[in-house]
Design a protein around this ligand. Sequence first.
Ligand code: ZN
Length: 77
Amino acid sequence: MKNKKICPKCGGNEIYFVGGDSGAYGAGNNIPLSSVGRAWNNIPVDRYVCGNCGYSEEWIDHKYLTQLKNSKIAHKR
Ligand SMILES: [Zn+2]
């Protein structure tokens, strides 16, 4: 969906991008890395939404992956 611009559920090609953000006190679509709620400790989560059926995917930008892996809240399965 992110790369092919096609919805995996309905095959639609009307894909909308909603960028994640990390506002004050954890506002916005993000993963909070600390309970303090400091904006710079949140990892923004981008969304791709199908304009046809409403299905959505969430992605974290590559530049935040190391930070996420090194955090206390991420556990490798
Ligand atoms: Zn769809």
